[in-house]
Design a protein around this ligand. Structure first.
Ligand code: HEM
Length: 482
């Protein structure tokens, strides 16, 4: 008898725990909403505080099939409105997975804002941290400094010497870890086009500080020695100090207002540009933006290049077509360097770029927060909830791309369906370095395909998905000159 009671109570406690979040948030919505019958999107919110975090980790870390997290929900709850409620990263959340729902969120910018975790590490004056008119103003500065034809032409010249040198040295060594090697050359190039820093001890220090800073962004905000957040803050201070020293030196050397010289690097561009009212950026705005662009552009460019090397090794027919196109340009030019205008016009190469970034899914999820209660197709998303735009699922869903796991640049012969390709995010927050990212990748493809061949040491290496998708072996390759 007693045993039955205990078992019954345990079952009830288990049931309550399992449904706790659903009951709690469901009740909150019914009480707070003025409309009768208002409900949350379908889904399961899991255990108190933990929510569905274990399920999330199960699919990402242990099964290593992140898209099955959504597939499982689709089987259970149907496609519905393209959104599911859940509870992840300690917050009540809504996952957005369909093209229509994704477009809706990206367009309704006022209802869904971007909030970075530990934003003080990236910088409160940076483009990723500010909103509204200030954001528009900063984006214009950033975009003109790195993402528009004039800056792309300049950056194309800056990055090639180091790229070419790096590829030659890989061939001399034969066996390389491509992620580590690409990271090195990407950072050297960033040093050059951000602040004209030459490779050397200063850049090595910056690279170290940067690793600490990024770990801090993803950590719990405990400002106590020994914790990643505390270390992140210290690394940020040292990073800022290096850039500030350079900025002060430049300010004392040049007359910013009167200079009509073309911009030399990102710092120079941010110093010189003026908005419509003739205002320059202040010192902290310049420094915070340099740090935030470093955070946004360094790892992403490295991973995109690593994945290009990986897929081209796996798909030799694609490499051959890429080589043919790039060889014909090389023959016409008979020069070592290519210009941004030439590269961006190469049709097949740009299809390889877009396909690589689709398959790489560097940013698996893009986050937003609701600024007010939002109703969508009869459901309600309460104010302050976490919105997770599951953009990697858009790119791997067979309903959006035929045979989605096949690396097939020719699929870009046909226009994609709107809302299915969001590798660079969307809305007013769309990646401010998207053209630069595509250009850099295209330039590497040019030099790789015209001068080298390579093979994967571990073609069956498993892919891990946290914090970013990357094969276990960091794509080790054997690399030769053609
Ligand atoms: C393949 C490489 C890259 C990928 C996949 C990528 C992807 C993204 C994504 C998904 C976002 C968030 C958009 C959103 O919240 O909707 C973003 C934002 C951003 N990216 Fe990139 N990115 C790449 C390269 C770069 C590069 C090279 C730079 C600059 C050097 C850069 C600068 C930025 C900036 C400044 C933002 C913030 C924009 C804002 O908040 O207004 N990105 N990127």
């Amino acid at each position: 008898m007693w045993l039955a009671v205990v078992l019954g109570l345990m079952a009830l406690a288990g049931w309550l725990l399992w449904w706790w979040n659903d009951i709690w948030y469901g009740l909150m919505v019914s009480f707070l909403s003025s409309e009768r019958g208002t409900k949350l999107p379908p889904g399961h919110m899991g255990l108190p505080i933990i929510g569905e975090m274990f399920t999330f980790l199960w699919y990402f870390k242990f099964l290593r099939r992140p898209d099955d997290y959504i597939n499982h929900k689709r089987q259970k709850y149907g496609d519905g409105i393209g959104m599911y409620k859940t509870h992840l990263f300690g917050r009540p959340s809504v996952i957005v997975f369909s093209p229509t729902a994704t477009k809706y969120v990206f367009r309704a910018d006022d209802n869904f804002i971007l909030e970075w975790p530990n934003v003080e590490l990236v910088g409160k004056n940076s483009v990723v941290a500010v909103h509204g008119k200030i954001h528009e103003r900063l984006r214009t500065f950033v975009s003109r400094s790195i993402n528009q034809p004039e800056s792309l032409r300049r950056i194309a010249c800056i990055v090639q010497p180091r790229m070419i040198y790096a590829l030659q040295s890989w061939a001399e060594r034969g066996a390389i870890n491509s992620y580590k090697e690409i990271k090195k050359v990407t950072f050297e190039n960033i040093g050059m086009f951000f602040a004209s820093f030459q490779p050397g001890p200063k850049l090595d220090k910056l690279d170290n500080y940067f690793v600490g800073l990024v770990s801090g962004i993803r950590s719990y905000p405990l400002n106590i020695p020994g914790f990643a957040y505390h270390h992140g803050l210290q690394c940020r201070r040292k990073t800022i100090a290096i850039f500030r020293e350079e900025l002060v030196k430049r300010k004392s050397n040049i007359e910013v207002d009167g200079s009509n010289e073309p911009m030399k690097d990102l710092m120079d561009g941010l110093m010189k540009l003026k908005d419509e009212e003739g205002r320059h950026l202040n010192e902290m705005e310049i420094l915070d933006n340099i740090v935030s662009i470093l955070v946004a552009g360094y790892e992403s460019t490295t991973l995109a290049t690593m994945w290009a090397i990986y897929y081209l090794a796996k798909y030799p027919n694609v490499l051959q077509k890429l080589r043919d196109e790039n060889m014909s340009l090389k023959k016409i030019k008979n020069e070592e360097f290519v210009t941004s205008d030439e590269v961006l016009k190469m049709k097949y190469t740009m299809k390889v770029v877009d396909e690589t970034i689709r398959m790489a899914n560097i940013a698996a999820i893009v986050f937003r927060t609701t600024t007010k209660d939002v109703s969508y197709k009869g459901y309600m998303i309460p104010k302050g909830w976490n919105i997770m735009l599951w953009i990697r699922y858009l790119h791997t869903d067979p309903e959006n791309f035929d045979d989605p796991m096949c690396f097939n640049p020719d699929r870009w012969d046909v226009l994609m369906v709107a809302g299915t390709y969001h590798v660079f995010g969307g809305g007013s927050r769309i990646c401010a370095g998207n053209m630069l990212a595509r250009l850099q990748l295209a330039i590497v493809l040019h030099h790789l395909s015209t001068g080298y061949k390579w093979k994967l040491v571990n073609p069956d290496a498993e892919v891990k998905y946290l914090s970013h998708p990357k094969p276990e072996d960091d794509v080790e390759i054997i690399f030769y000159k053609i």
